[in-house]
Design a protein around this ligand. Structure first.
Ligand code: G6P
Length: 360
């Protein structure tokens, strides 16, 4: 059963630690074809005016990051569709639809692409398998090349999908002259920083998270908060915690705290805050602390997991960032895994879940 673990206690731990190397491999392969538009050209996709992503679970979260990147980088109107709810969606003409599925076999995703009336729109699959049903049914296909992922809860495929999707977005925007090549090149330079940021996040998390576990071990509910580009990472953190630990976890845009979820906070309630640089998060943290909540802060200096680079290398004019604090996913994965192990859970095979869900 330990075959292939290469000294790791479980596949999830192995796959978390593989992320910097996986990211470096993907970026090295794609970098030369991003700014010149050739990555995009190789997909032969017709002109588009807007982007819609669809998927389930962690793939949907990766899709949301990619959809936002089209908006932040190139002002492209964008939306995301939960695959199981997509049958009633109206796809506007000239929409680039990106269907994300690690396995390419998720029934909700396959049903959604069958049901959508695409008209003048086109479908690109972003998957981890060339031979999957999704790859065969889409107009074109981009493999995220994460390598095999054995742990049921997705980790390195999320990072691989985000990087591959952002590379595609940059290439598409350069090819269609929505951004100039110099700007695209600078973004590629920032992509190249991601492997180091991920490696740093692993080292920082392995130091900072284990000492927290005793304190949060008996907590029955968790809140995950973020603002702006941090919200989707809060969503992924809450999803990982639910899947792995079987504890209740909710995510919210931090500004919504005072409109409801603050009522849940009492002495000791763990509240994980993704600090992606928006100073307004400070008042949200103060609101939690005033009620005795236990803030676990992921972000800049002074955080529980400090000194992440938060992917903000070249800030966008106006302070909008592009793919959000990608490295913050690492402490969130490690938090979920460490707590799950402390609770005696099987982190590679959480109860009731499957790696690939082939029923609707
Ligand atoms: C299952 C897995 C999740 C995964 C989701 C989508 O629910 O447990 O980890 O995110 O399916 O899988 P896909 O293969 O479509 O990315």
């Amino acid at each position: 059963a330990t075959h292939g673990l290469a000294g790791h206690a479980d596949y999830m731990g192995k796959e978390i630690e593989e992320q910097p190397e996986t990211a470096a491999r993907i970026i090295d392969r794609l970098a030369p074809s991003i700014a010149d538009g050739s990555l995009w050209a190789s997909l032969s996709v017709p002109a588009f005016e807007r982007v819609a992503v669809l998927g389930c679970g962690t793939s949907l979260n990766a899709g949301r990051v990619i959809a936002s990147a089209f908006g932040a980088l190139g002002d492209v109107p964008n939306s995301s569709l939960i695959a199981s709810e997509a049958s009633t969606a109206i796809v506007e003409p000239r929409t680039l639809v990106i269907a994300l599925s690690q396995s390419g076999e998720t029934a909700d995703v396959l049903r959604a692409i069958d049901d959508l009336d695409l008209g003048t729109s086109s479908l690109v699959a972003l998957t981890n398998s060339d031979h999957s049903t999704l790859a065969r049914r889409a107009d074109s296909m981009l493999n995220c090349h994460a390598g095999p992922e054995i742990g049921v809860a997705a980790t390195k495929t999320f990072v691989a999908q985000v990087i591959t999707g952002v590379a595609m977005a940059l290439s598409a925007l350069a090819a269609t002259r929505r951004i100039d090549r110099d700007y695209a090149r600078r973004q590629v330079d920032d992509l190249r920083r991601i492997p180091d940021l991920l490696a740093h996040a692993i080292a920082a998390s392995q130091k900072a998270i284990p000492p927290l576990i005793d304190e949060i071990r008996d907590a029955q509910g968790f809140l995950f908060l973020g603002r702006g580009s941090g919200v989707v990472y809060a969503a992924e953190g809450a999803l990982k915690l639910k899947e792995l630990t079987y504890r209740w976890a909710e995510h919210y845009p931090a500004g919504e705290l005072k409109h409801g979820p603050l009522a849940l906070v009492e002495a000791g309630t763990p509240v994980v805050v993704i600090d992606s640089g928006d100073r307004r998060i400070e008042s949200n943290i103060a609101e939690v602390e005033a009620r005795g909540g236990r803030v676990i802060r992921i972000g800049g200096a002074g955080s529980t997991v400090p000194a992440l680079g938060l992917s903000l290398g070249t800030p966008m004019p106006g302070g909008i960032d592009r793919w959000g604090p990608l490295e913050s996913v690492v402490p969130l994965q490690i938090l979920a895994r460490d707590l799950a192990l402390a609770l005696g859970r099987d982190v590679d095979k959480p109860r009731n879940l499957a790696k690939s869900v082939t029923v609707e």
